[in-house]
Ligand binder design. Structure first.
Ligand SMILES: [Zn+2]
Length: 76
């Protein structure tokens, strides 16, 4: 299921950066990786991009899923 309106990797990264650390509320991330979502996650929750990031302040790790509209479908 692909659409020309799907967001770019660059935009997914910007969205991920605008999502504050859930532990300390900071927007500083020392590690941020954007990957295409797995086929399973695409089907299950409509995730298009998967982001792994590490807070630069408290070190908490986040896993974030972004769908084709640029909405965060889950954050953990
Ligand atoms: Zn933090």
């Amino acid at each position: 299921m692909t659409s020309k309106d799907e967001i770019t990797q660059e935009r997914a990264e910007r969205i991920a950066r605008s999502h504050a650390c859930e532990h300390c509320g900071e927007y500083s991330f020392k590690k941020l990786r954007v990957r295409p979502a797995s086929a399973t996650n695409r089907k299950a929750v409509g995730e298009v991009w998967h982001i792994s990031k590490t807070c630069g302040v408290c070190g908490m790790q986040h896993e974030i899923g972004i769908d084709a509209e640029g909405d965060i479908v889950y954050a953990a």
